[in-house]
Design a protein around this ligand. Sequence first.
Ligand code: 13P
Length: 254
Amino acid sequence: MTVRTRKPYIAGNWKMNLDRSKSLDLVKTVKGRIGDGSGREVAFFVPSIYLADVSAVAQGSPLGVGGQNMWHEDHGAYTGELAPRMLREVGADRVLVGHSERRHVFKEPEEWMSRKLRAALDSDLQPIFCIGEKLEERKSKRTDRVLKKQLESGFAHVKPEDAHRISIAYEPVWAIGTGETATLEQVDLAHATIRKWLTSKVGEEAETVRILYGGSVNPDNAKDIMALESVDGLLVGGASLQAETFLPIIEYDA
Ligand code: 13P
């Protein structure tokens, strides 16, 4: 049996899906099923336009609500962007930083990540910092190198005492939305690389950082992935959009 020192963290990233009414229904259902939240942490990363409404419904429950992205400045001429304080103002307590789709579809450069991570911490938003290799990088055996580089640049302004507020999601790009999950061995090795790098960076504080897996997680594979001692949680895309698929993932050990 896996002995856990870190609280399991099951997060749903809705991306640009659902509508207002379906979002609120889903939040109501999940909120009613997670109890007092002592056994695990559950959160949704929500399109920003629905954050205020979703937060209002989630209020009074341990369900976390977060933004999917943000800009690192506090205000200014950044058309279309959101400041961390704006996310906070509409009830978000967390945010994704460096999601694969931000990096690869919207071409956000690597050097933005450390500023965003710093800004999230400074604004008291709990970040999930997302990293992961592309298929060609895995095929050419560069996975470790890519992960370390992403960690190195993202953590440039992180101090050891900040570490416990950060979670990391390992999301191999080729496993996102493809139905192809990384094998348990691939997940375990990547998470070990991340944990080792963290220890070299922040020392024993590394033990406080949760490392999540993301990429085609579903009710059938969640239990096995969570059984790995190196996995502290899951970041779920498609399967987080419906209670029928997300609840069994939250209750992976039922
Ligand atoms: P899928 O679960 O749809 O593969 O998405 C994973 C993801 O990108 C979560 O952030």
